[in-house]
Design a protein around this ligand. Sequence first.
Ligand code: NAD
Length: 416
Amino acid sequence: MEQSPISTLTVVGLGYIGLPTAVFFANAGLTVRGVDTSDRVLQTLNEGRATFEEPGFSSLLTRALESGLLEVGKDIRPSDAFVIAVPTPLGEGRSFDNSYINSAADAIAPNLKGGELVVLESTSAPGTTEALAQRIVSSRPDLTLEEDRENSVYFAYCPERVIPGGITAEMPANDRVVGGTTETATCMAEELYKCFVRGSIRSSTAITAEMVKLTENAFRDVNIAFANELSLICADLEVDVWELIDLANLHPRVNILTPGPGVGGHCIAVDPWFLAASTQSAHLIRVAREVNDAKPEFVCSQIQNKIDSGSLKEVALFGLAFKADVGDLRESPALKIASLIAKRNPKVSLRVVEPNISHLPPSLEYADNVRLDSAEGALSNSELAVLLVAHSTFLSVDKRQFPEVEFLDFTGKWTD
Ligand SMILES: NC(=O)c1ccc[n+]([C@@H]2O[C@H](COP(=O)([O-])OP(=O)(O)OC[C@H]3O[C@@H](n4cnc5c(N)ncnc54)[C@H](O)[C@@H]3O)[C@@H](O)[C@H]2O)c1
């Protein structure tokens, strides 16, 4: 049966991924309803403002809202297609928490009549799109997953791989993978994303598409774990890890990544667990997660050694974000390190330098011995300065101007 073109779309979950997705579809001419359960999100959007900072995004949002093609609200209504972009956090025991997806599915189900496409974009464990399809048809036995019937509903997975800070440029430009639970679903999803995606759209099955996203992040995690493990081995053997990696990378087919204080953010530090939880075969992926998760404790022990051996009273920590040049503190190893050092050393005054935030996060706010400071202020008042995150503004610090300060660098970027 010939599918009619999709002209109305509902995007469920208007966060960092769902909102720009809704905006790009609306600006491509679809009539889009964005749905979110959060009053704060809806209120901000109804005032015409974005809920996050992203270069170039607010003008795109304004265009979508002013054209009348994007409207937002709490309730889901019938439409030709649905895109789900709700959170998928780690559940208990590092399992995959699909509860937000299930809530979205239950809210979509009563609005289906047959012929619709439901696309899952949330990062998901293998098999989630199939389970979503089964959940919806078991609550609506009048619908079917068989193709080409009047009451057929189609399901596909389409992962997102944009980088924070580059969403506006990357969302339309990146190559995409779409995978349906049936061939027609795959074709429908491909047609849908062609509306605004200028990159190539590769099609596959739903489970492969789900695994593509997890594999990308597990690949990064495993490679970072290799570098982080080298840093531990080098500490044991008293070898300079930065020199070692520099020299090993002279090999034309070797490209070792840079060790750091650990792995953070809500993707690389989380998604590999979804793979590890779905099979007994993911040994390396599981161990890589453990290596990266253990790195903050190693960094703490190195800082602690300096504090104890020098009876230090004033320490500066540079960086709290989960990576350089962002203000995002989610799953940040630097934040974990700062919190542990503050807790274990109540008599040591800690000056935290994080130019991307204006006040301390809750995990540090409680501590009397921690304050947010400028780089200059921290360096003028500290005996030890620790580089945890290589924000570009930190790289110009002239260490020679602070001869009294000892420098400890966990990023390899504070060169002499
Ligand atoms: N942020 C990224 O860089 C990124 C990149 C790729 C993939 N992802 C994945 O995309 C998904 C969404 O991530 P995000 O960063 O946009 O999350 P987010 O927390 O920024 O936004 C999620 C939104 O969904 C809303 N929500 C929750 N349950 C809902 C429901 N039942 N109905 C309607 N709205 C609901 C929340 O209120 C929130 O506004 C996750 O699976 C994430 O792993 C994120």
